[in-house]
Design a binder for this molecule. Sequence first.
Ligand code: AMP
Ligand code: MG
Ligand code: MG
Length: 321
Amino acid sequence: MASSAPLILRVVATSVNVANRAGEIIRDIMSKGDLGIVEKGKNDLQTEADRSAQRSIIASLSSQFPGIRIIGEEGESVSGDVPSDWKVTDSEPSVLGLSCPDNLKSIKEEEMVIWVDPLDGTSEYTQAWKSKNTSLLDHVTVLIGVAVGNKAVGGVIHQPYYNYLKEGAPLGRTIWGIDGCGFGGFTVGSAPKDQRVICTTRSHLDATVQSALDAMTPDEILRVGGAGHKVLLLLEGKANAYVFASGGCKKWDTCAPEAILHAVGGRLTDMVKGEPYQYHAEVEHRNSGGVLGTAPGEDHSWYFSRIPESVRQLLSKPSSR
Ligand code: AMP
Ligand code: MG
Ligand code: MG
């Protein structure tokens, strides 16, 4: 490991390889066929893949960066000893070689928080396995987000099943971004120009979510799983906006996607104030103000202005939705 690179680059560079390993674990568990599904709450599942991927990610990152607080979706009990081949120590050279802006050069471990969603799109992962509907596998991602102070700064999104239909092509891909510094693993696309394509949830729809969608007068709605996958659609020009008027997403869902989106000129904010979320260690885990993401080049304020007042009011209530 090139220990001379600034810490933020080392953390993101290592997270790229850590996410790749988590993706292998996720594929192995699916192919062995016993998902070990546990119901965490209403419409909220956890599988052996979520647990094992989190263990691998936390063991790898905490041994290399012991002073960084790491918050994983599956909680503190899902950590501890892992097989030695689940511990990743190498890092992605193209990230280490970036030129880091002055404001990020001297960030210390105590100023960072890493938000981990070891498997985003669990609902789609389990449905793909049960129904053999393999198109849902594209919705599954591993998310590692790096916050500096309050702000989402670095992000890694790994898609373990990318290319699963292309014979001979390498399986899986990893994209990353550091706001103000660079990005890689994908090409930024142009969002549709002559029509408005909005992506949203496929498994957490309700009347409020729908009324915010209707207010955008969309030409097309893409109902797909996972926060990571939806932001990928924005990054690659397949949708103009991500609209989810619910407090169901958590900080581990949005930290990595938000950082990458901001790195390429897009935006992700709540729907109440239109401000980016805060990601310090003490923050509420729920994104209670909903999620509004827009692709690079889109007028975020237009989408924000369309959100009905009734939706804003519902999302502003402390424990609502
Ligand atoms: P979705 O767009 O429905 O795939 O959700 C994106 C992320 O937010 C996934 O990790 C979901 O598990 C999570 N999420 C969204 N709504 C809820 C909810 N009502 N309960 C639990 N998790 C949710
Ligand atoms: Mg998630
Ligand atoms: Mg998850």
